[in-house]
Design a binder for this molecule. Sequence first.
Ligand code: HEC
Length: 204
Amino acid sequence: MYFIRQLTDLGSGARHGALAGWSPSARMGEVAKATTREEAADAARYFGRMRAKRRYTVVERDKIPGVYEAGGLYAAKPGADSEPLDGRLMEMSNDIERHELHDPGETFTTFVPLGSIERGRRIAAAAPAKSVTRCATCHGMDLRGIALVPPIAGRSPAYLLRQLIGFKSGARATATSAPMQLVASKLELGDMIAVAAYAGSRRP
Ligand code: HEC
């Protein structure tokens, strides 16, 4: 149900990328628009049967390998180059060749600022503001989702961060996203990086 609703919202444009014209989001919108109801139902059944695997390792660092952009994601530059992380969240493929081959076993490293995971744990445990409930109240104690509230444990921190930015900026302003718009409105960028790092570091 959640799956089908997201495809519908992506197709109608109610959910789109926070960064105008970013091609992965734009392409997802086109695919969703071209998907029939039967195809969406079949895909929901197929993906619903899959077990989530841990593919992201969250690492706290202030210096990271030098990166280059490799078609919608980052990869480490060969050699010993390094650059300051500088408050960013930087996610990269561990093996860009496996990425290009669409290898489902591909793994990723997500670099986050020092102290992010503990900061995220505290935000998740205490709720970001008085008017907001804790993440676990809706997403489940282990953050693995409940009914129509999706799992966030063990998922790509870069994806989770993009969604939080999308809720806050209105790029993901669907009929069912009102609770998350309120939550995200209470989070600064550093808080979002921290909760994304924390959730992504949990077992999926
Ligand atoms: C009041 C309930 C509620 C609370 C509290 C809540 N969420 Fe959510 N969250 C939702 C719902 C509902 C959705 C699905 C929104 C939609 O349908 O677009 C969602 C979606 C998300 C998504 C997008 C996931 C995806 O698969 O695209 C992220 C990321 C997220 N929440 C993170 C958080 C974090 C982090 C917290 C705590 C700081 C939090 N949520 C607290 C209800 C909640």
